[in-house]
Design a protein around this ligand. Structure first.
Ligand code: ADP
Length: 495
């Protein structure tokens, strides 16, 4: 009973990883998840396919590890957040495709809520800004658009859940649970009282009978049904992907901070038992909940991080591979002052300007591919500094170090520039699968495979630290140039 199985159900793929009691990944399996785009701005997933993929990767990972389910101490689940599923309690069948977090179909109801001046109420209770991103308006949309759904919901025949909840139901054969980190992304959950909120449920006309029980991020939530893996295994850890990565990076003390750089970038700052309300439109969220006590985080999101490199590669064909970008950036003219603002889909935190669009500034006759590639990598770092600055403006102490993970962090050039721009060391771990590792740690912590929080940090190993080397003058001058570039793409002129 010394291994843990982590399920990492992401937006584009489903993975399973077997982790041993020393915190080492011993096997993993992955399957791509087809994206469904019924209309512009709509994004769906087939929840049945998610379940099939989960079964497939779990069984393959166990097979590769040479382990029977009997030898598992626990299963941990981490998942794409906010994505919304409604299913029939009797049959377990989803009534519609899952509506994915990226889906913008509920923009209008969100604007209507804003017009009613509800931002303050929702932020106070949920820590969120009103946006189609979160589950509440997606759930209301399903109840309004699937025939008979609202009546069935009122009669207690339907169940709602984010992906963690749907998987826990399927794994256990009918336990209806979610953890506090996932509940915190629904816009229906009071993060201070740690309960679903009747006023918000009323606002969206959501019957309480739909909702899962909210459990700790580590703790025995249910057991898997024996026919799923061949033995009953405790489902003992659940957390949303960015929160699991926060645990995987051992950002367990107040003031510790991690950033995940994939397609976009998510930064979470652990604020301990204090839920810090942001005046700069950062989110307040639950980092994890243990023994009924939530630990909170501030969160900032950048929409375009690695996606800018993808655009240079696939859109502009300036690169053959993302991996070339580091070497190219290193050859750019150091005196060039080219700025690329990748506001392809508007600007996220702390600007939240949906109508801003991208632009490039400072071009001269000798601007070449290298300068443009460098500007794209620098933009990721400037935006990270924007988030750190917003956190500081909300009263956070400056970070001592930034822990990073995600596909872009293999880029040494970008990581050095990140350290230079922040003026703090940037640390990259040996195991960059921090999301799956976080789920494994939570599940293993609850079942005695791993020690409690205090003992966990020794499992984290540093691959490399990048130390700031740029002068403060140069750092500030370059950052001022970025701020100026952002000002020029804003859709609303700042006073
Ligand atoms: P996601 O989980 O969002 O799909 P990943 O963590 O797999 O993302 O990271 C993929 C992203 O990282 C892509 O957007 C890609 O452009 C970027 N990327 C991968 N390698 C590099 C590199 N060497 N330099 C810069 N960006 C990179």
């Amino acid at each position: 009973m010394s291994h843990v199985l982590a399920i990492d159900q992401g937006t584009t793929s489903t993975r399973a990883m077997v982790v041993d009691s020393r915190g080492r990944p011993v096997a993993q399996a992955q399957r791509e998840l087809p994206q469904i785009f019924p209309r512009p701005g709509w994004v769906e997933h087939d929840a049945e396919e998610i379940w099939r993929a989960t079964l497939d990767v779990m069984r393959r990972a166990l097979g590769d590890a040479g382990i029977e389910a009997r030898a598992l101490a626990a299963i941990g689940i981490t998942n794409q957040r906010e994505t919304t599923v409604v299913w029939e309690r009797q049959s377990g069948r989803p009534i519609h495709n899952a509506i994915v977090w990226q889906d913008r179909r509920t923009t209008e109801p969100c604007e209507a809520l804003q017009a009613r001046g509800l931002d303050g109420l929702i932020a106070r209770k949920t820590g969120l800004v009103i946006d189609p991103y979160f589950s509440a308006t997606k759930l209301a949309w399903l109840l309004d658009h699937v025939d008979g759904a609202r009546a069935a919901a009122k009669a207690g025949q339907l169940a709602f859940g984010t992906i963690d909840s749907f998987l826990a139901w399927r794994l256990s054969g009918g336990a209806h649970v979610t953890d506090a980190t996932n509940a915190a992304r629904t816009m229906l959950f009071d993060i201070h009282r740690q309960d679903w909120d009747d006023e918000l449920l009323g606002l969206f006309d959501i019957p309480r009978a739909l909702l899962p029980a909210v459990v700790d991020s580590a703790g025995r939530a249910a057991d898997s049904a024996t026919d799923v893996l061949g033995a009953a295994v405790p489902i003992a850890g659940i957390a949303g992907d960015q929160q699991a990565a926060t645990v995987g990076q051992m950002c367990l003390a107040p003031g510790t901070i991690k950033s995940t750089y994939g397609t976009g970038c998510f930064m979470l700052l652990n604020t301990g038992t204090q839920a810090v309300a942001s005046r700069n439109r950062l989110l307040t969220t639950v980092a994890y909940r243990l023994g009924g006590t939530p630990t909170y985080a501030m969160e900032g999101a950048i929409f375009v991080a690695g996606a800018a490199i993808q655009w240079l590669r696939d859109g502009l064909k300036l690169l053959q591979s993302a991996g070339q970008s580091a070497a190219l950036a290193a050859t750019a003219d150091p005196a060039a002052q080219v700025y690329l603002v990748p506001a392809f889909a508007g600007l996220g935190a702390p600007y939240w300007d949906a109508r801003a669009r991208g632009a490039m500034f400072g071009l001269t006759r000798d601007t070449g591919i290298a300068e443009i590639v460098r500007a794209a990598l620098e933009a990721v770092c400037f935006q990270t500094r924007d988030l750190v600055a917003a956190m500081a403006a909300d009263g956070a102490a400056p970070p001592v170090t930034l822990r990073v993970d995600g596909g872009l962090t293999v880029n040494d050039w970008a990581m050095q520039f990140l350290a230079d721009m922040l003026g703090v060391p940037v640390e990259r771990p040996v195991v960059t699968e921090t999301t799956a590792m976080g789920a494994a740690y939570l599940a293993g912590m609850a079942t005695g495979v791993f020690p409690g929080l205090d003992g966990l940090p020794r499992f984290w190993q540093r691959d490399r630290a990048f130390t700031p080397a740029m002068s403060a003058d140069e750092r500030d001058t370059r950052y001022a140039g970025w701020r100026d570039a952002v000002r020029r793409v804003r859709s609303v002129v700042e006073a």
